[in-house]
Write a protein that binds this ligand. Sequence first.
Ligand code: 5AD
Ligand code: SF4
Length: 434
Amino acid sequence: MSKKLFIETLGCAMNSRDSEHMIAQLREKEGYETTTELKEADLILINTCSVREKPVAKLFSELGVFNKRKKEGAKIGVCGCTASHLGEEIIKRAPYVNFVLGARNVSKIGEVLHKNKAVEVDINYDESEFAFDDFRTSPYKAYINISIGCDKSCTFCIVPKTRGDEISIPDELIIGEAKKAVDKGAKEVFLLGQNVNNYGRRFSSSEHEKVNFTELLRRLSKIEGLERIRFTSPHPFHMDDEFIEEFASNPKICKSMHMPLQSGSTKVLQEMKRGYSKEWFLNRVEKLRAEAPGVSISTDIIVAFPGESDEDFEDTLDVMRKVEFDQIFSFKYSPRPETEAEHFTNIVDPEVASDRLSYLQALNTEILDKKNAEQMGKTFTVYFEDLNADGFVSGRTDNNFVVKVKGSEELLGQFRDVKITKIGRTILTGELLV
Ligand code: 5AD
Ligand code: SF4
């Protein structure tokens, strides 16, 4: 009988891909199968996120619960970004944890499993050319890492301290992985990196051809049978004209762009060391919308960064009103260890911070309701990926609306035209056109 693995994944898409890599290694080399039942697991993994404080605090209470409920003899491993930044401290605070495995060390999962109290958290470890075994949660969409780490030094962000310096994965490996996924039936690839449009600045081997992100997109789009290419996250600073023009003119690139704004105030952006101004951001949006009409634009916004005044916050709202984002991930600033901003003293009053977040989210809802209502009666091509429990099948339009229709699994992996008949805030409902 196979051994059972219970894995919980928090955080971003990169973490989800790391979990897939660990599952792959554990299946192929160690004979594990995944389970959703904690009690029957022989190995429990928590793949953690440390980008904000909350999930870190939750980790220890959750570990306690897992330790109480686990089957006798089951091992517990803590992986991911919090493992990178807390390292040994995790075992000190929770001595029943069997190993700690940092982000960027996931290829060592088979090793740490057989050692007692192993702590592998080297953020300079280079896995950029490691040949992971194959495992994908979805057969329809393949997540592919194109780089590891991040070379930026945004003053709020812990990621460079948990995922290390940026190294690009050689393009031939990425293309090989995409082809393999397409051969197995995937029609969409989702490229992942902390800063995808900085791709190609540094490879593991200094002799590797300097392929940039735009060129990588061109090369990938030549793969026969690959219909859709998505990626996250690009950095507004690196959105040059060549990149936007390729994005707009290449029919295989989905017309959906994530543009993490963080703040609309040039002063705050400078304090954050983002490398662009409010005007540059708006200029890039304008160029994008001119070249790719109908493109959807999503963003990340942090409110109440140290020193953010009412006027600075107004600038953020101003960008929101001008751009009318299609999706916003918004957060209250959370001081993180080992970041520059951790030492900033001009902290915004927590009540003001909460008010700003609520205001921003209410404005976002207003904008979304208006934009979603405009989709009524329109026809979109939807790539169906998920079977829902309620007799519906859902997928995404090229410009990233989630659409569901009544149907069954025959629709999965198919492109079908759908007319929108009902509007919801996060999901549109439609009818298949024959
Ligand atoms: N506080 C709040 N939000 C943060 N993010 C990153 N670091 C912090 C922090 N210290 C947000 C940013 C980033 C997203 C992944 O998380 O908006 O784009
Ligand atoms: Fe992903 Fe960032 Fe969380 Fe790390 S800290 S898991 S990179 S979201």
